[in-house]
Design a protein around this ligand. Structure first.
Ligand code: HEM
Length: 124
């Protein structure tokens, strides 16, 4: 159940991220509003991600805590890189480094999320 909310929230978050990016690029003044909506999605992503960690705090064993810790850091890193892309685009600065981070962080987070045992886990 929580997995569904988590997946839905990060999917919407990423779609809204691309929308805000395109709007900043086109100097659309409404980009700021879309960016704020994306920031609300970050909160939902973090809260639902944290809720997925709650049972692990109780029942986790072995290396669970470490892997969940990495998953959560990588998730925060994706959000941080999206924020860097948007802010730098809005200021007209170079976004290459931020995009590289976004791609790496997404790959890491998808791997970790799909390796961990809850929900779908093709790499576990
Ligand atoms: C845009 C950012 C994020 C993306 C793309 C993402 C992606 C994913 C994916 C693909 C899964 C696996 C879902 C499944 O098993 O079907 C997952 C699970 C999870 N995510 Fe995220 N996530 C993000 C952010 C976060 C954040 C910020 C946190 C922590 C606060 C977090 C914590 C978790 C936890 C604890 C799980 C459960 C892992 C498991 O036991 O299977 N995620 N996430």
């Amino acid at each position: 159940m929580t997995t569904h909310w988590h997946i839905t929230s990060w999917m919407i978050g990423i779609i809204v991220f691309f929308a805000a990016y395109a709007m900043y690029k086109n100097r659309n003044p409404k980009a700021k509003i879309v960016h704020m909506i994306d920031r609300l999605m970050y909160i939902v992503i973090i809260v639902t991600g944290f809720l997925l960690y709650v049972p692990v705090m109780k029942y986790g064993s072995g290396t669970d805590h470490m892997w969940y810790g990495f998953k959560m850091l990588a998730g925060i890193w994706v959000i941080g890189s999206m924020e860097m892309v948007l802010i730098r685009t809005s200021k007209g600065k170079s976004t290459n480094g931020a995009w590289i981070q976004f791609v790496i962080a997404i790959l890491v987070v998808l791997y970790l999320g799909l390796r961990l045992p809850q929900g779908w886990h093709p790499f576990a």
